[in-house]
Design a protein around this ligand. Structure first.
Ligand code: NDP
Length: 290
């Protein structure tokens, strides 16, 4: 099968690498050197946008739905009926439905197929995919996605992949924020961070943040950058829109967005890893979590 991948960032680069090991894979990236490096490393083929549009299944993994919509417009003259567009961007349900409509006019179908599992999941071919769209399009994409994903779920109609992802990442944000607050308080009172975490991870307050992220990035003081603070703040904005559309009460989820907006401004750099919020809470608390 001829595939194409647009957006060789932290997530896209390894995922397109897995695809290239199983299928003929065309790649395009804004910074084209990355596409050339990808071709060299994985045997994909770096091509221009007109050639990308010749693929049977075309993947995107870009920062937001705005870039995806812009890409749909740029590719429009070259798109062929029957192409399936699988969007791995963590995007907005509403804008994705608009992009899908534009594509439909060209005979191209669209799935919003968000990823989770982080860069490690993508590298190890253990990503999770939550997809919104028609059952037929999902069935067509599924065997291809199995190359890099361990869990693939069709969560509902167009837009629902983005919605599930936004709520998931809001849960990540809540856990990261509250664990940072709690750990700062404990360390300030003389508890060793490593021991507090050991206990929490054997108790009911544990989460992926406590079991993995916090030890690997905060206690280690590495703050390894694989998921930018700006991208998580963007996801919280999408979550706010999902909540608005649902009209359900969600004071906690709405609030965590405000916290991250403050953090984004206070940290002053949206490119750093999202665990930078722990450093911010350390600064406010006058203590280092270690
Ligand atoms: P990166 O910032 O690492 O990569 C972004 C990619 O988009 C790059 O290839 C970049 O090109 C390209 N790009 C940016 N702007 C444009 C544009 N205007 N036109 C064309 N290409 C553009 O992001 P990630 O890979 O981390 O994230 C991608 C998506 O996946 C986001 O929606 C994110 O929220 C989501 N995600 C990220 C996870 C993570 O752990 N990192 C986990 C799950 C989902 P260039 O190389 O030229 O900059």
């Amino acid at each position: 099968m001829k595939l194409a991948f647009i957006g060789l960032g932290a997530m896209g680069y390894p995922i397109a690498g897995h695809l290239a090991q199983h299928h003929e894979t065309l790649v395009w990236n804004r910074t084209f050197d990355k596409a050339l490096a990808h071709a060299k490393e994985f045997g994909s083929k770096a091509v221009d946008l007109s050639e990308v549009a010749q693929a049977e299944i075309l993947f995107t993994c870009l920062p937001t739905s705005l870039e995806v919509d812009e890409m749909a417009r740029r590719l429009s003259p070259y798109l062929r009926p029957g192409t399936l567009w699988v969007d791995h961007t963590s995007g907005e349900p509403e804008l994705a439905r608009k992009t899908a409509q534009t594509l439909r006019e060209k005979g191209v179908s669209y799935l919003d197929a968000c990823l989770s599992g982080g860069v490690a999941g993508a590298v190890q071919a253990k990503a999770t995919v939550m997809a919104g769209g028609s059952p037929e399009d999902f069935a067509r994409a599924r065997p291809v996605m199995e190359v890099y994903a361990a869990k693939i779920v069709h969560v509902g109609p167009l837009g629902s992949g983005h919605a599930v992802k936004a709520i998931n990442n809001a849960l990540l944000a809540v856990n990261l924020w509250v664990l940072s607050e709690g750990m700062a308080a404990l360390v300030k009172q003389g508890v060793e961070a490593r021991l507090a975490l050991e206990v929490i991870n054997a108790s009911s307050g544990r989460s992926n943040v406590s079991e993995n992220l916090f030890g690997q990035r905060v206690l280690s003081r590495h703050f390894t950058n694989t998921f930018a603070l700006g991208l998580l703040a963007k996801d919280l904005g999408i979550c706010a829109k999902v909540l608005e559309a649902a009209g359900t009460p969600a004071p906690m989820l709405r609030q965590v967005r405000e916290f991250f907006e403050v953090a984004r401004r206070e940290v002053g750099n949206t490119e750093v890893d999202h665990t930078a919020v722990a450093q911010l809470i350390e600064r406010w608390s006058g203590v280092e979590i270690k």
